[in-house]
Design a protein around this ligand. Sequence first.
Ligand code: SER
Length: 321
Amino acid sequence: MESHTERILITGALGQIGTELTNRLVEIHGADNVVASGLDRWQKGITAAGHYERMDVTNTQLVRQIVKDYEITTVYHLASLLSGTSEKQPVFAWKLNLEPLLHFCEMAKEGLIQKIFWPSSIAVFGKGIPKEHVGQDVVLNPTTVYGISKMAGEKWCEYYFDKHGVDVRSIRYPGLISWKTPAGGGTTDYAVEIFYEAIEEGKYTSFISENTGMPMLYMDDAIDATLQLMDAPKENLTVHSSYNLGGMSFTPKQLAEEIRKEIPEFEIDYKPDFRQAIADSWPASIDDSVAKKDWGLNYKFGISEMTGDMIKNLKAKLGKA
Ligand code: SER
């Protein structure tokens, strides 16, 4: 590797956020300074990064060795189980969503790495918290396996910052909408599936009920926000658990109406499953004024821009343009 100020390791690099974040980090830092990792075997074109490591993030020895071998300075630790899947595998979800974060914080404490990004989620809020404009500092009361793991992770981030000065930064992502790589196992994933089905079948059965509002964010804005937070001067940051990020808020019914502007024959019906209870425990909208003030969070995509861009790109991807 050529010498460079930042050498980056991405875990979960083949996932919904990871694929797009890897591309952007390669554009900024050059392929040789970016190491992607995931569970899949390497194959040509698997990632834009200059290096790929097939790596189970719970294998502490292996992760530590890779950090040393590549002289990693910055870790984007994205590997995680989402909310629906976590309910089915609680013990594994805890292990995967928590332990590697702790190990990265330990490595930062030892001086092996300088900076960590770790995603939290709107799932941390939970029951009994007002639904609208949920603030940065409300009491967290998660009732899902995923939410509990993210809340604990946030507390560990804060702990390592307070006690050891570890530079670990985090965003509470809302539901993420993107066309390049599907998510999988999330409660907000209806807002991605709906586009595939609208284009391929002209209809969609939503597992979330028609008037359930949730905060959502288009991937382009999510990546911009992540990089903005990571670039912000350390002294500007006042939140060391995880920053609220609100994006846009809509219900399945409102999203269906937007899609109908582009695909007039589109039909939707509703069969809520176990994920409805998860959605019911989450906020409908988020107050993200602290992120706006501290590091200049802003958005390019509202529901119409996002819908137009999703349909255009997915049609091309699915050969329906
Ligand atoms: N999108 C995630 C999920 O639904 C929430 O962070 O699991």
